[in-house]
Write a protein that binds this ligand. Structure first.
Ligand SMILES: [Zn+2]
Length: 238
């Protein structure tokens, strides 16, 4: 077998001529490109420190704007408009804030729906406790509004109200409009068109698979698992 190496082969191997001539010619360059163990150890420690710092800076329980996690979810924040059951504007900004872990799970739901050319439309996320009190003053009935004495899971940034839209932004057929406080909105209500039952099940199924717990009396409401560990807040929406 010939050891003669043509110029073409050298170009293909990408090795400079000096590896082929003189003292390096019998040495495998890959094996000898080693890094000192101390440098490796330093890099490992630096990486660990950086990832730890990142985790501290981006805690799961941070409250974040859903837009910073997913820019494609449609927002229809009803309490920032008079188009809600109180007929009053209760939020100064039409934004959805959620605990980071919940926001990231919602992003995963969105990605899954997008494969079917569908997406989410959010009606409500974090709700400051003072707004809960205002709602209670207007409608002091715990069939419709969580008593602020106990707080709502929305006050913890760990609940979301939402539906599904198609690629044109049209809402799928659900049993009722948002905030319809009748038994028609209950998840076990079945005297509905087949399509409404199917669409309700589609939303419930995808949300459950990403860590959300459906509320039995409102097809649009989901709590995020572990909601108990997030404290009730009264930071304004902005
Ligand atoms: Zn809700």
């Amino acid at each position: 077998m010939s050891h003669k190496i043509t110029k073409r082969q050298k170009r293909i191997d990408g090795l400079p001529d000096y590896w082929m001539n003189g003292k390096f010619k019998n040495i495998n360059p890959i094996i000898h490109l080693s890094i000192h163990p101390n440098i490796l150890a330093f890099c490992a420690v630096a990486l660990l420190w950086l990832s730890g710092a990142r985790l501290l800076a981006q805690n799961d329980s941070d409250i974040v704007n859903i837009r910073s996690v997913d820019s494609t979810i449609v927002l229809d924040i009803r309490y920032a408009t008079p188009n809600n059951f109180t007929h009053e504007v209760l939020y100064p900004a039409a934004i959805c804030m959620l605990r980071r872990a919940a926001a990231e799970s919602l992003h995963a739901v969105q990605q899954e729906l997008q494969k079917q050319k569908l997406g989410l439309k959010v009606f409500d996320g974090y709700r400051p406790l003072s707004v809960q009190k205002k709602m209670w003053a207007l409608v002091p009935d715990d069939r419709y509004v969580a008593n602020p004495a106990n707080g709502s899971r929305h006050n913890r940034g760990a609940a979301v109200d939402l539906t599904i839209v198609d690629s044109l932004g049209n809402q799928l057929e659900m049993p009722t409009p948002f905030d319809d406080f009748t038994e028609k909105a209950h998840r076990d209500y079945m005297q509905l068109p087949e399509k409404a039952i199917e669409d309700r099940a589609l939303l419930e199924d995808v949300m459950k698979r990403h860590g959300f717990i459906p509320l039995s009396t409102e097809w649009w409401h989901f709590d995020f698992e572990g909601w108990q560990k997030y404290p009730i807040m009264d930071e304004p929406l902005k």
